[in-house]
Design a binder for this molecule. Structure first.
Ligand SMILES: [Fe+2]
Length: 230
């Protein structure tokens, strides 16, 4: 029998994920609809960093920058102008990222049959001093990833915004994962971040004189068997 898939299915709350307020015996809180950001580190990164950084800098000289209409259009990138997923020099990193995306899906029971494991696009961004990236999403992808090829501890962070649009923000006494409005990650060489493509994120100005190179990946959804479109 064909299993029915309904992404808006309502289910009974799982008591094991509930949160009890200290001292309160009656009120139970359920942390449903979490926003999952996956983090992993490529064990082969060190051997690749210098060679691929040189390659990225060479590409910057000969490949036209993408993102002409971006507000942050001084940040060099190859979105739509050079596809890392088609470059065998990047195959180790491409495969590593794709494997981590698969783990990200498995962890939340996403059917791998719906994941197109060939990225719809993969591009590089080189941040020099004062370069940044405005808030954006990766429409129309399903899952996206940011891999850090070159950076250091003072490189610009990446910020993610809480996807819930609140109307009247309550005042918060102490911040934690239940009430963050946004979170940031400090990029590390070889680190990949994986997130659903609807999640708004941005990069503030790069403040140091070193370059920050990020490789971005978009993964789309595959149409169901026998169908041409999703
Ligand atoms: Fe992005």
């Amino acid at each position: 029998m064909k299993k029915e898939r309904n992404i808006y299915m309502t289910t009974q709350s799982d008591l094991s994920t509930s949160i009890k307020e200290e001292g309160e015996k009656n009120l139970t809180l359920y942390a449903h609809f979490p926003t999952l950001i996956g983090v992993a580190t490529n064990p082969d990164h060190q051997a690749l960093e210098n060679k691929l950084t040189k390659k990225c800098l060479k590409l910057r000289k000969k490949i036209k920058s993408g993102g002409e209409n971006w507000i942050s259009n001084e940040t060099y990138n190859t979105l739509g102008t050079y596809h890392l997923n088609e470059d065998p020099d990047f195959s180790n990193i491409n495969d590593f990222v794709t494997n981590q995306v698969i783990h990200y899906c498995k962890a939340q029971s996403i059917d791998l049959n719906c994941l197109n494991i060939n990225p719809t696009d993969a591009w590089l961004s080189i941040y020099k001093k004062n370069n940044y990236q405005d808030w954006h999403i990766h429409n129309p992808a399903m899952i996206s990833a940011s891999y850090y090829l070159r950076c250091n501890n003072s490189s610009a962070k990446i910020y993610f915004k809480n996807p819930v649009t609140d109307m009247i923000l309550p005042a918060i006494l102490s911040f934690n994962e239940l009430n963050f409005g946004r979170v940031w990650f400090q990029p590390q060489p070889g680190m990949v971040l994986i997130f659903r493509s609807y999640l708004y994120h941005c990069v503030p100005q790069q403040k140091n004189n070193d370059i920050r190179i990020c490789l971005s990946y978009n993964y789309g959804r595959k149409p169901e068997e026998g169908k041409k479109y999703i």
